[in-house]
Design a protein around this ligand. Structure first.
Ligand code: MEV
Length: 381
């Protein structure tokens, strides 16, 4: 039997008053009074903290925070904070999570949290011998990158490998790019990776005789992926005059449109990002990095396409899946200083960045289903 106090089902949450919703949340005992106050927006970041975050600060800016209900992810009920200005997003995700729940909820996973750092090398007379020289010095370079962040090393992170890519032809002629693979554990990782790239630059110049130009993280984090999958029993899809089969086939036809056409894929993926960004924002993570990675990954075949897939299983049920880069952290940056972000992480009871990524990608899949189910049936207006 599920423990009701930990369930993500809160029947009638939509219809009760704000105070009653807050009481429901408090009664679950997941959050301290301080974290509840932070989630309510009573104690967000102070103007003083804000001044340490960016330049030219004159004020603070608030957005609504809602709770997505009904989510079961890898067998665990989770209440999900979403920060977003658009109506229907929180309701849509919650409703689709309720349908997915009937089929066992979301099954989600992540790869190891490896980010990519890029080091561009110019002014090389022989690209291939420079490439060879870097590959021969690989172990030394990785050892040098390993001493940069002792904390990350202690936590089991650090450099994992490197690769050298050759660009024979570019607007400024040929150059090389080193890719440094770096396990950043529970951090977003930009600082660690950028520092490592800057540290390796002089050594790489000595090895190659070239001139290192850019040293920066790539947001196409295709070695740090998150996947989610859900099965919706076909009968659960029926509503009003629509049969389950009609809704299922309508959803698959809507997905096929996005799979075939970049103009539709952009909007389809925007619907996914409606859910993704709202949780990324609630947890103080860098949503521009997630957006950049998502769209670059959607175009990885050379043609921009859908990030998700919708198909029928042998029993006739609707099966959805979503895979995309998910460079989110639970330590450092705004995730650490913003009281609302800390409270959001606490509410979801995530212990690792991977768990957070699994939640986010599940919300993206639910949001995608909400949009294309509505579009394929009654429309969204
Ligand atoms: C609107 O914010 C998102 C949708 O356009 C997504 C979609 O078309 O799939 C409804």
């Amino acid at each position: 039997m599920t423990d009701q106090t930990q369930s993500s089902r809160i029947p009638g949450f939509y219809n009760i008053s704000l105070d009653e919703r807050r009481l429901e949340l408090a009664a679950r005992g997941m959050l301290s009074p301080e974290n509840l106050a932070a989630l309510y927006g009573d104690t967000g970041i102070s103007i003083d903290q804000a001044q340490h975050m960016i330049e030219n600060v004159v004020g603070l800016y608030a957005l609504p925070l809602g709770i997505a209900l009904n989510f079961v992810i890898n067998g665990r009920d989770v209440l999900i904070p979403m920060v977003v200005e658009e109506p229907s997003i929180v309701a849509g995700a919650s409703y689709m999570a309720k349908l997915a729940r009937i089929g066992g909820g979301f099954i989600a996973s992540t790869t190891t949290p490896e980010m990519i750092g890029q080091i561009q090398i110019l002014d090389l007379s022989d690209l291939n011998s420079a490439r060879q020289a870097i590959l021969e010095a690989k172990n030394e370079l990785l050892a040098e990158a390993a001493v940069i962040d002792p904390v990350l090393n202690r936590l089991g992170g650090g450099p994992r490998g490197l690769d050298v890519r050759v660009f024979e032809d570019s607007p400024i002629g040929p150059f090389l790019v080193v890719h440094l693979f770096y396990d950043v554990r529970d951090a977003m990782g930009a600082n660690a990776v950028n520092t490592a790239c800057e540290r390796l630059a002089p050594h790489i110049e000595t090895i190659t005789g070239g001139r290192v130009h850019l040293r920066i993280l790539s947001n196409l984090a295709d070695r740090r992926l998150a996947q989610a999958r859900c099965t919706i029993p076909v009968e659960a899809l029926a509503f009003d005059d629509f049969s389950g089969e009609q809704v299922r086939d309508g959803i698959i036809a809507a997905w096929a449109f996005a799979a075939a056409d970049p103009y539709r894929a952009a909007t389809h993926n925007k619907g996914i990002m409606n859910g993704i960004d709202a949780v990324v924002l609630a947890t103080g993570n860098d949503w521009r990095a997630i957006e950049a990675g998502a769209h670059a990954y959607a175009a990885r075949s050379g043609r921009y396409t859908s990030l998700s897939t919708w198909e029928v299983d042998d029993a006739g049920n609707l099966v959805g899946s979503l895979e995309m880069p998910m460079a989110v952290g639970i330590v450092g940056g705004a995730t650490k200083v913003h009281p609302g972000a800390r409270a959001a992480l606490e509410l979801m009871q995530v212990k690792t960045a991977g768990e957070l990524a699994e939640i986010i990608v599940s919300v993206g899949l639910a949001q995608n289903l909400a949009a294309i189910r509505a579009l394929a049936t009654e429309g969204i207006q």
